[in-house]
Design a binder for this molecule. Structure first.
Ligand SMILES: Cc1cc2nc3c(=O)[nH]c(=O)nc-3n(C[C@H](O)[C@H](O)[C@H](O)COP(=O)(O)OP(=O)(O)OC[C@H]3O[C@@H](n4cnc5c(N)ncnc54)[C@H](O)[C@@H]3O)c2cc1C
Length: 342
């Protein structure tokens, strides 16, 4: 998201842009996402939810998002709904395939299979490689000794290249390197990218959550980001949700808990029906690292270097806010600032 937004904005401003894309298609994890780009309705709530994040960066995202969404719409990004389905937040759900197509067409010269491996001299560079969740060694160092057991719920190419390149250029690290956003997934034998949404188990508040040794965890956030972060640190990055029969009818977005469990069972996940309850095994899926490079409110990380998207850390620290939103807002700002200095 951040790289395509930056390239599109820079071209609008008249720049010649080259987009290096490590993958064989555009859009990174944005293309795989649910496409909901959102913010908390109240800034105070954002602060409460993500209290360890940088106040100034949070203000930039919160204040800039509505204009950035209107910009996406003007570019022709296809809107699915103007509702997030969450009373705490406002935003727009875009069709991720259409959104990727619109931005990729406008981003200009895209070079696929051409990762940026060193920073070129003499030209402004915007790094937006999508975080470090794809590098199990970095995840083990920063997040959990169980890194090898996590499911990568993201594109396969975001493996910390931005972090390494920016560090080498003298950029500082943000806070929150041990934090990530993800989802607990039904522990099916095979989990493909098309399963990332349907196999997500987001109803811990209706279940007893325990690790496979029986140690219980009490969920504390609406987004359940704390549950997946806890699961990621348990043996095998696994846990079990034990759901009483009377919770099977509770809604989870457009389904019920029981229907979500049926999908998991059909995919071969360990699901056990017992007297009065159902137990399902889950494995932590890592989507986006939340710590990375420290940036200023114009997206600057070092001389001639801007960082945006999940490579820039310290925005959602302590909780969860839309990574697509910060990628969009800071991608645009980085382009504007980089060109302002030319
Ligand atoms: C199933 C799923 C559902 C999600 N739903 C939502 C949602 O509804 N709302 C929300 O806010 N977030 C959601 N997310 C998270 C969101 O998609 C990501 O956090 C977001 O895409 C991050 O933006 P980004 O620009 O940093 O990274 P990406 O969009 O992943 O883009 C990074 C790009 O950098 C490329 N790259 C990596 N290394 C290099 C290199 N060295 N050189 C060149 N290119 C490189 C990658 O190939 C990739 O194309 C979801 C994610 C998933 C997987």
């Amino acid at each position: 998201m951040a790289g395509l937004a930056a390239a599109t904005r820079a071209r609008e401003l008249g720049a010649r842009v080259v987009v290096h894309e490590k993958g064989d298609r555009p859009g990174g994890s944005m293309y795989l996402s649910s496409g909901v780009i959102w913010r908390y309705r109240d800034f105070e709530r954002f602060r409460e939810e993500c209290g360890d994040g940088d106040l100034e960066l949070q203000r930039v995202v919160w204040e800039g998002l509505d204009d950035a969404l209107a910009w996406l719409e003007r570019l022709g990004a296809p809107v699915v709904t103007r509702e997030t389905g969450n009373p705490l937040t406002s935003g727009i759900r875009f069709d991720p395939t259409g959104l990727t197509g619109v931005l990729a067409r406008r981003a200009g010269d895209m070079r696929f299979g051409r990762p940026l491996i060193e920073l070129p001299d003499g030209v402004p560079v915007i790094l937006a490689t999508g975080g470090f969740q794809g590098d199990a060694e970095l995840v083990r160092e920063q997040i959990t000794p169980e890194a090898q057991s996590l499911v990568l719920r993201a594109n396969p190419w975001s493996a910390g290249d931005g972090l390494r390149l920016a560090r080498a250029a003298g950029a500082a690290e943000s806070v929150g390197l041990a934090e990530f956003y993800g989802r607990n997934l039904a522990a099916a034998p095979q989990i493909a990218p098309t399963d990332f949404v349907p196999l997500a188990q987001v109803y811990a508040k209706h279940a007893r959550v325990e690790n496979l040794a029986g140690d219980v965890y009490e969920p504390r956030t609406w987004s359940e980001i704390d549950v997946v972060q806890w699961t990621a640190r348990q043996p095998g990055a696994r846990a079990r949700y034990i759901v009483p029969d009377d919770a099977l009818g509770e809604p989870v977005r457009e389904r019920t808990v029981g229907e979500v469990i049926d999908i998991a069972r059909a995919a071969g996940a360990p699901v056990e029906s017992r007297e009065g309850e159902t137990a399902i095994e889950v494995v932590a899926g890592i989507t986006t690292t939340l710590g990375g490079i420290a940036i200023d409110p114009r997206g600057r990380a070092a001389d001639g270097l801007w960082v945006a998207g999940a490579d820039a850390g310290g925005i959602s620290t302590g909780g969860w806010s839309s990574a697509l939103a910060s990628a969009l807002v800071f991608g645009k700002i980085a382009a504007e600032d980089a060109l302002g200095g030319l």
